[in-house]
Ligand binder design. Structure first.
Ligand SMILES: O=P(O)(O)OC[C@H]1O[C@H](O)[C@H](O)[C@@H](O)[C@@H]1O
Length: 328
């Protein structure tokens, strides 16, 4: 059953062995199992087509992050593929029952990232409420050998209006291919007043934090949350997280690689998510009640977002941000 709809989650399974699990709580992706790469050229054309209403690739030819246009479709060599393995970290102490945001996977931060930074958001918790709201399953977009894709929906409700008065609709599309996971967030302003927000996809990538390398961030300006928000410019060719790291790189280029040498290399390509946070708490992670002992040694967060500024959507407006994660 490629799209398995369960009471609290939806599991997508790809015929080549990949799978992903999306909790309805937060539309949090809590598992992405994918084989190692063995010759994938690109499936971005597929994922972009799926995420574009009417099938028209609105940005395919001018995406700064280099997302491939339609036609540069998948070139699999499945016979070479290594056995599928888990690509995301979820703490063994994480709550998956909807009592608190999941410590791991891919929580969605919306309508703010971090603690409320403006008066109008002061009723919100850190990272907003999308990650702690129950979404509904929307539809299966595709269920085929090329990919498996499903949509999830969150709209304003009496609950959200207590802390955030604006009406909105969020549509989150999760698309799985053999070596690739794409997640796309569409924001609709269903009201008449401007809707202002930040958005971030809080990826916890599984791997040995001691060897993790993120690039290319050299020359990119960042806010260092470890140093009380001091501003600086990255000097390193390769960013590691061997020390407590919590940096928000601004207008960072939109396309990154995350490596856990010698074996694992991931590509992260984005659309409309210009900033990227790199976070690993090291020992300070022991202060988090839902972090398993030593858990910070087993992941690095690389989080594409629109967080240095706010998106301002006019009444009736629409915005989308996307990440394409590929096992290289
Ligand atoms: O504990 P949480 O609210 O899930 O936040 C976890 C982390 O998220 C981001 O990466 C922030 O940059 C960090 O400052 C924060 O500690």
């Amino acid at each position: 059953m490629p799209v398995d709809i369960q009471p609290d989650r939806v599991v997508l399974r790809h015929p080549a062995g990949a799978s992903t699990t999306v909790l309805l709580y937060g539309a949090t992706v809590i598992s992405w199992i994918a084989p190692s790469h063995s010759g994938l050229a690109s499936t971005s054309g597929l994922t972009e087509r799926l995420d574009t209403p009417g099938g028209v690739p609105a940005t395919a030819s001018h995406d700064a992050a280099g997302i491939a246009p339609l036609g540069a479709a998948a070139q699999f060599k499945s016979s070479d593929a290594a056995p599928p393995s888990e690509r995301l970290f979820v703490s063994s102490l994480a709550s998956l029952d909807g009592t608190k945001p999941v410590r791991g996977g891919i929580p969605i931060c919306w309508p703010i990232f971090g603690p409320p930074s403006r008066d109008e958001y002061k009723g919100l918790k850190q990272h907003g409420f999308a990650r702690s709201s129950v979404w509904s399953y929307g539809e299966t977009v595709l269920d085929a050998a090329e990919g498996v894709s499903a949509r999830f929906v969150l709209q304003n409700s009496a609950e959200t209006e207590k802390v955030f008065p604006q009406p909105f609709k969020l549509v989150y599309t999760v698309t799985l291919a053999e070596h690739q996971l794409t997640t796309s967030l569409r924001v609709y302003n269903t009201g008449a007043q401007p809707l202002t927000f930040q958005a971030l996809l809080h990826n916890y990538f599984r791997g040995d934090a001691a060897v993790a390398q993120v690039q290319p961030l050299k020359g990119i300006g960042y806010v260092d949350k470890v140093r009380d928000g001091a501003r600086d410019t990255e000097q390193r060719d390769t960013v590691d997280v061997r020390q407590y790291t919590d940096r928000v790189y601004e207008t960072a280029g939109g396309a990154y690689t995350l490596s856990f040498p010698p074996s694992t290399h991931l590509s992260i390509k984005t659309h409309n998510l210009p900033d990227v946070t790199v976070w690993n708490p090291q020992e300070t992670g022991s202060g988090m009640a839902d972090m398993e002992p030593g858990g910070w040694e087993r992941y690095v967060c690389v989080e594409p977002g629109y967080v240095a500024r706010f998106v301002s959507l006019p009444g009736g407006g629409e915005w989308w941000g996307q990440q394409v994660l590929t096992v290289l």
